[in-house]
Design a protein around this ligand. Structure first.
Ligand code: PMP
Ligand code: GLN
Length: 392
């Protein structure tokens, strides 16, 4: 029998795969292992404590009040208006809710749609490693090429000189992420200014992943692209309500871009998701009035970062700096010289704690002997996890 036809079911998708080298995301792999081994899951980034009852109450009320049909494809207008007001207050930028904000099913979708909107086969996209896991596969799905630049260990800062050297006439976009997953590093004003200098007078777009916008520590300010008008005019900025409101399972967020770019973004969006969960949009539109819910998030999570760090002083793990996000990296160099993947596997299987090997965020085999801990957990969860690590 001839199996050479590309669509032959006998050949699986090997012949037509757009992502031949991609397996299952590390977050699912580690969470499945954590469940199998009944381990404490400090791997995948999600809170293990309840979200606001006020907000779930508002969703129930919205459903009872009949907000159960399609919302506007660009998002429920009062929500977009509330977001525009919030953006102006936080970042001093006026954004038109009608033409510049689209509600989307999560930050990932916002990034994917931005790339679908601008990438053509053969384009190059500059991406920093370690890179959040969806960036490079998404670039490749559209036939573009990821130009990978390492952040500088151990502070994971950007070498802008190197970025400037890697820009070519094919560079279509640069992806930035601050606060950064997996490292907890942040970009500062000087970084954004350097980026602005590099892209001015070019056709390069900026894709800015700011899902952790409210989660910065130690008095650091979140440097949103939305603070920089010259960057903003070429940017797609991606946000997530899942991170802001302790409801990662809601998969709801929003994207911001200048009108001409947003118009193209919506051409793609309308044929993919079209419109998002209505009662949740109605509820969040009202809940935006509770400014403390997002303004206090940084200090709330800083206390958790510090608590885990204090607990881990009883072990031989050594912290790297974390200035934001849900995560802190720890070096295990004093404990083992295994690779990060081996160490993380052993930790979950033999010691009952799941963490994420940072090597999973690199295409090449980079091993600095660090793993990512998610500290967005109840105190007792962090305590129980550290108890299991104390004898390592
Ligand atoms: N970007 C980063 C850096 C993230 O950490 C996450 C989520 N964990 C996302 C995007 C995706 O957010 P969402 O769940 O809203 O798609
Ligand atoms: N962003 C979360 C993390 O980094 C997980 C999201 C996911 O599982 N896709 O752990």
């Amino acid at each position: 029998m001839n199996y050479s036809g590309l669509s032959s079911p006998f050949r699986g998708t090997g012949g037509v795969s757009k992502l031949p080298n991609v397996g299952t995301t590390i977050f699912t792999v580690m969470s499945v292992l954590a469940n199998e081994h009944k381990a404490i899951n400090l791997g995948q980034g999600f809170p293990d404590f309840p979200m606001s009852e006020e907000l779930t109450g508002l969703v129930c009320a919205a459903m009872r009040d009949g907000y159960n049909q399609y919302a506007h494809m660009n998002g429920y207008m009062p929500l977009r208006e509330g977001l525009a007001a919030k953006i102006e207050e936080l970042y001093g930028t006026i954004v038109n809710p009608d033409t510049q904000i689209t509600v989307v099913p999560g930050g990932t979708y916002g990034l994917f749609t931005a790339m679908a909107t601008i990438l053509h086969p053969g384009d190059e996209v500059i991406v920093f490693e370690p890179a959040y896991d969806c960036y490079i596969p998404t670039i490749e799905i559209f036939g573009a090429k990821a130009v990978r630049i390492n952040l500088q260990f151990p502070h994971y800062s950007v070498n802008w000189e190197e970025v400037s050297q890697r820009i070519t006439e094919r560079t279509r976009a640069i992806i930035i992420n601050t606060p950064h997953n997996p490292t907890g590093s942040i970009l500062r004003a000087a970084d954004l200014q350097q980026l602005q200098t590099l892209v001015q007078d070019t056709g390069i777009y900026v894709i800015s992943d700011e899902v952790y916008e409210h989660i910065t520590f130690d008095g650091e300010r979140h440097e949103s692209v939305l603070r920089y008008p010259e960057l903003m005019e070429r940017a797609f900025v991606s946000f997530s309500f899942g991170k802001n409101y302790h409801c990662t399972g809601w998969k709801l967020g929003y994207s911001v871009a200048p009108p001409a770019l947003m118009k193209e973004f919506r051409k793609v969006h309308q044929f993919n998701c079209f419109s998002c969960d209505t009662p949740k949009q109605v509820a969040i539109a009202q809940y935006l009035n509770n400014k403390d819910a997002y303004l206090q998030l940084g200090s709330f999570l800083q206390a958790k970062r510090d608590y885990l760090q204090q607990l881990l002083t009883q072990t031989r793990f050594e912290p790297l700096p974390s200035k934001g996000s849900f995560f802190q990296l720890y070096s295990y160099k004093n404990i083992s010289d295994e690779t990060e993947a081996q160490f993380a596997q052993r930790l979950v299987k033999e010691h009952g704690v799941a963490v994420i090997p940072v090597s999973a965020f690199y295409q090449d085999d980079v091993n600095n002997g660090v793993v990512r801990f998610c500290f967005v957990k109840k105190e007792e969860t962090l305590e129980a996890a550290v108890q299991k690590l104390i004898h390592l």
